[in-house]
Design a protein around this ligand. Sequence first.
Ligand SMILES: [Zn+2]
Length: 195
Amino acid sequence: MIVEIPPRSGTAFRLAKGESLRVIDPEGEQVADLLAFNAEDVAEALSNGRTFDYLERIYLTSGDPLYSNRSTILARITEDTVGRHDFLLTPCSADTFRILYGDAHPHHGCFGNLAQALAPFGIAADALPCAFNVFMNVPVDGETGRIKVLPPLSRPGDHLTIQAEIDLIIGLTACSAGQSNNFRYKPIHYEILPP
Ligand SMILES: [Zn+2]
């Protein structure tokens, strides 16, 4: 069953060990921020730093593991029709829109959406790590380290699938940041697939 996450919103749910989560970009050029936590102990969370360290790369694709802050493999990417995602940047937030875009009355962003959706699972806003930003296109200049946020390379129907290696709590959004979706706020679809 495909579920829609409306524009500028988010959700959270359990993903059991062995199940897969397929994140679909229904219209193209949209980003989905993905967080994962150990369902048995939510202090264990997705870690971009650990993942970069062990992979020796900052761009992830099919076959790559997503590590936790305790170096557990939480999930593995099993399918990727785009090949460009970001794992550097924090979820967009009211502060992002205030500092970067100069909004006087900023939207609470993916961060606010994730914090709201994850609160019922006992996960506090301060405990949210950097998200794996599915379809987000952030090229890095290898010499200067300068980063840019460009429109995603995803086209309608493109998707990325992860398979859970332990029982997980997942947070997932349809990104609220104009810069990451070419200023056209769009939905995200997802589907949970059995083992
Ligand atoms: Zn966002």
